[in-house]
Design a protein around this ligand. Structure first.
Ligand SMILES: Cc1cc2nc3c(=O)[nH]c(=O)nc-3n(C[C@H](O)[C@H](O)[C@H](O)COP(=O)(O)OP(=O)(O)OC[C@H]3O[C@@H](n4cnc5c(N)ncnc54)[C@H](O)[C@@H]3O)c2cc1C
Length: 346
């Protein structure tokens, strides 16, 4: 039976930084991810420009993913992809037994849950026959801005993602129409202000009633927008982008043998430093809830550092409770030397 120091559940930003920082603190790691790729939710917005990670210049989601994956793999963790954790038990000898959906079990001295909101998939549009357009012009994420260049785009939704995309596409698309079923938009004030002052055509109190196909039957040509009891309004569009939130598959968060202490929203109720109800099991990133939790990438990194430090001390009570400044690990030596050389020669 191979017992790892730390098993991380979830290979999003929190899990990846946890893997890196566990390496810095000399612990060996298994990283378990339900999807076939690492990166977590950031995979949903590859072309969005991320501005709010301290010290990191504006970066696209896909570049950010590439960079955080590279960092997460620095200390060669064992990575299990396509592996959904469905249960965690703590045995009498205090070793954690982690069970995957495919029946495999993994063993670990400590566990760090970094499972975000679970395994998420975008909520589908509840309109007859919508699924047949998913291979043409009905989208749930923006994989490439070029798809929308000089096109008429209808965005359905009124939350952060919809508003973000509307603002982002304004310069790219010929026309952006936003259909929102409420009277107001629920997003960051600055983004809402920007949108309301823009050329984006906001259709409040409307929802998509019908998708009308072109002659080939494979592409949406027009959309019927319903407004209360009024007759539907038909509009011509090239693309429809739906941002109605996400469905969550909870895996081990739904039923676990441990009394994890979940909030109403199925997040782990933890302390700000990542401790949970269960000794030896810590939480990091969007999976955890505490007063002051920052559900951003920057917050995920802070959580990860805290959880790793707590796990280190749990495994080895003589270890320092806080990590040291981490620039002198032997794994960094070659790269440090190359950077120093380039500083000296420039
Ligand atoms: C559209 C959008 C735009 C955003 N823009 C920004 C932004 O500009 N700046 C910013 O700072 N933040 C932004 N965020 C928020 C940011 O993406 C999240 O805060 C961040 O991804 C949280 O990281 P995480 O690792 O905690 O969770 P996630 O990214 O959700 O990763 C969790 C991972 O755990 C895996 N997992 C879940 N359950 C299991 C299980 N049972 N077994 C195995 N694996 C499991 C999931 O598959 C997933 O890969 C945005 C979010 C969205 C949706």
């Amino acid at each position: 039976m191979e017992v790892r120091d730390v098993t991380i559940i979830g290979g999003g930003p929190a899990g990846l930084y946890t893997a890196f920082y566990s390496g810095v603190r000399g612990m060996n790691v298994r990283l378990i991810e339900a999807q076939s790729e690492l990166g977590g939710k950031v995979r949903l917005y590859p072309e969005k420009v991320i501005w709010d990670v301290g010290g990191v210049p504006p970066v696209t989601g896909s570049d950010f993913c590439r960079q955080i994956i590279q960092q997460g793999l620095t200390f060669d963790p064992v990575v299990e992809l396509d592996t959904t954790v469905v249960d965690i038990k703590k045995r009498d000898d205090d070793v954690f037994e982690i069970t995957a959906e495919d029946g495999r079990t993994f063993f670990s001295k400590a566990v760090i849950a970094a499972a975000g909101g679970g395994i998420i998939t975008p909520q589908r549009l509840q309109v007859d026959g919508a699924e047949r357009f998913e291979i043409t012009n009905l989208h749930y994420t923006v994989q490439s801005l070029n798809t929308f260049r000089d096109k008429t785009v209808l965005i359905s939704g009124g939350g952060n993602a919809a508003i973000d995309w509307a603002n982002m596409l304004e310069d790219v698309a010929r026309k952006v129409i936003l259909s929102c079923r409420n009277e107001t938009l629920k997003a960051h004030e600055s983004e809402v202000d920007k949108l309301l002052c823009s050329s984006i055509d906001c259709q409040f109190l409307t929802s998509i009633q019908r998708l009308i196909a072109d002659e080939s039957g494979t592409k949406i040509d027009r959309v019927e927008l319903k407004c209360g009891t009024e007759a539907g309004k038909i509009i011509d569009i090239d693309h429809v982008l739906v941002n109605h939130g996400y469905e969550r598959e909870l895996g081990f968060l739904k039923e676990t043998s441990l009394a994890l202490g979940l909030t109403e929203n199925q997040q782990i109720a933890a302390t700000a430093d990542g401790r949970t109800n269960v000794k030896g099991l810590y939480a990091a990133g969007d999976v955890m809830q505490h007063e002051g939790k920052l559900n951003l990438l920057a917050g995920a990194f802070q959580d990860a550092g805290n959880a790793v430090n707590a796990a280190k001390q749990y495994i080895d009570p003589s270890a320092q409770s806080k990590g040291k400044v981490s620039s002198h690990n032997e794994v960094f030596a070659a790269r440090n030397a190359a950077i120093k050389r380039s500083i000296i020669t420039t």
